[in-house]
Design a protein around this ligand. Structure first.
Ligand code: ADP
Length: 481
């Protein structure tokens, strides 16, 4: 049994701004179910939704500050959560990273540096709790200083740093290093410096024993200038310690056999019942209820990363075809307006719902025939996995987690029954349009289509599967001197 300290700045259901929270809620739970001793460390934000007892564990003095550590249990899953209580830094309302105007909190460097220092004190068991982790698993820039600071300790635990999105790096003015009293040995271009700035993410990328990202393909992509944000050279240098593990799916919430948001539950043996959800979806979003017209869906942030501009470029050619499209999302005002303008002449073909709507997202996954995900980059992506589990064929660009979780439909993959969707290569409207036309053609061969649906529904996207890979990684890591 390994003792794992999981260090994260957000975790569902305590607090969530994005995918990191989903991983931080699900992975420790799955590791605990594999009999590992996991404890999660997170700042005690005002907005944290704890349930049940929160008790005082201990206090410590770090960087001239008196900090308390509180102990509670993760709602539902029950593993131990340690909260770093320092009201001067964490007792703000709302978002952990930005204020009401969306501006980063002005003292973010201090806030997350203290978070990292406390993680180091716990990792070295200087809080005297008779619990010394074997592995410290850090996530994204907020915990980036942990591997850096631990590298200076003797007899330290092994460190893992997981990148959930390279786009966020925790960059601060160089002078911040002095304000934070960071050890001088860490401050140089091969350490925490990045083009004259202080980079928190480099603490993880330079000093962690192992680096992971949330898909094997993204692990390769970030070693190239297109996806590496200037850190591709460092990542290439560390390629022997860098790998990818796909995120799992929360199967309690994403299971078509039990999902309460569907009008009719179904599984791989009762696939015909999916049709009732298609009819319900069509009527809900105001499209003509037609069983035989292929219905495509898209759910997500309407931003360039997701390739929304590619779809917009295709729409004038797509909409005259025999198909329907349902879109749910919010994001760039410009994309929203362009979509609505192109959709206006075709109310029988395309329905756009702006906003965030969890229940509708579930009904869309169940009711559509195929899901559009033409992302420019995608560290892991979830909707392409939900689609497969719900018998909908994902149409994806070959990037990041999409490349790793969708098998393109070809004569070979049809023959050996591995096909699960439609994959295209280039981030261009032409390439997307061709992929959609290929999908429409395939839809006319319902016997083949149904086999692909079946294969998708049988995929193992469980957290257990992913947690086993993390565990194998932990087990291969040597204790350090
Ligand atoms: P990302 O984290 O880059 O936004 P993912 O595919 O990894 O993309 O995860 C996005 C998650 O958020 C999915 O579960 C998706 O269904 C959900 N989601 C995104 N936009 C919406 C929306 N407008 N309404 C409901 N759910 C949404």
């Amino acid at each position: 049994m390994k003792k794992i300290l999981f260090v994260t700045s957000e975790a569902h259901p305590l607090i969530k701004t994005g995918g990191l929270a989903d991983v931080s809620g699900s992975l420790p739970k799955a590791l605990a179910e594999l009999d590992q001793d996991v404890r999660l460390l997170i700042p005690n934000y005002q907005a944290l939704k704890t349930q049940g007892d929160v008790r005082f564990l201990c206090s410590l003095r770090v960087d001239n500050k008196n900090v308390n550590i509180l102990e509670t249990r993760m709602p539902e899953s029950g593993f131990i959560v340690w909260l770093i209580d320092f009201p001067g830094y964490y007792n703000y309302p709302g978002n952990p990273y930005v204020d009401e105007q969306g501006e980063p909190w002005p003292n973010n460097a201090e806030r997350f540096a203290l978070f990292c220092r406390v993680a180091v004190e716990i990792a070295m068991n200087r809080i005297h709790q008779d619990w010394r982790p074997d592995i410290v698993h850090c996530n994204d820039w907020q915990s980036g200083l942990v591997p850096a600071l631990l590298s200076l300790e003797f007899h330290r635990p092994a460190t893992v740093f997981t990148i959930h999105n390279m786009a966020y790096q925790g960059l601060f003015p160089a002078a911040t290093a002095a304000t934070l009293n960071l050890p001088g040995q860490l401050i140089h271009p091969l350490g925490l410096e990045f083009h004259g700035m202080l980079s928190f993410i480099k603490g993880g990328l330079v000093y962690a024993d192992q680096i992971t990202t949330v898909s094997p393909t993204y692990a390769l992509e970030i070693q190239t200038p297109e996806y590496g944000y200037g850190l591709e050279g460092l990542l290439e240098h560390r390629q022997d310690a860098l790998g990818g593990i796909i995120n799992g799916v929360d199967l309690e919430h994403w299971n078509p056999a039990s999902d309460p948001n569907l009008v009719q539950n179904f599984d791989a043996t009762t696939l015909a019942q999916k049709a009732a959800n298609k009819a319900a979806l069509q009527s809900k979003v105001g499209l003509p209820v037609k069983a035989d017209v292929p219905l495509l869906g898209l759910i997500g942030r309407l931003v360039e990363q997701k390739g929304i501009d590619l779809l917009i470029e295709c729409l004038p050619e797509l909409l005259p075809l025999t198909l329907q499209i349902v879109i749910l999302g919010s994001g760039s005002k410009e994309f929203q307006a362009q979509l609505q303008e192109l959709a206006a002449p075709y109310p029988d073909k395309i329905a756009i719902t702006l906003g965030y709507n969890e229940a509708l997202a579930h009904l869309i996954e169940a009711g559509i025939d195929a899901f559009l995900m033409p992302s420019r980059f995608e560290p892991c992506g979830l909707n392409q996995m939900y689609s497969q589990l719900y018998g909908s064929l994902p149409i994806v660009r070959k990037t990041g987690g999409l490349a790793d979780t969708v098998v393109d439909t070809t004569p070979d993959s049809i023959a050996n029954q591995t096909a699960t969707g439609i994959v295209f290569n280039d981030a261009t409207a032409g390439s997307l349009l061709e992929a959609i036309k290929r999908t429409l053609l395939l839809y006319t061969q319902q016997d083949v289509w149904q086999k692909i649906q079946q294969t998708g529904m049988q995929q193992d996207f469980s957290w257990k599967h992913s947690a086993q890979q993390y565990l194998a990684l932990y087990e291969h890591m040597m204790p350090t001197a």
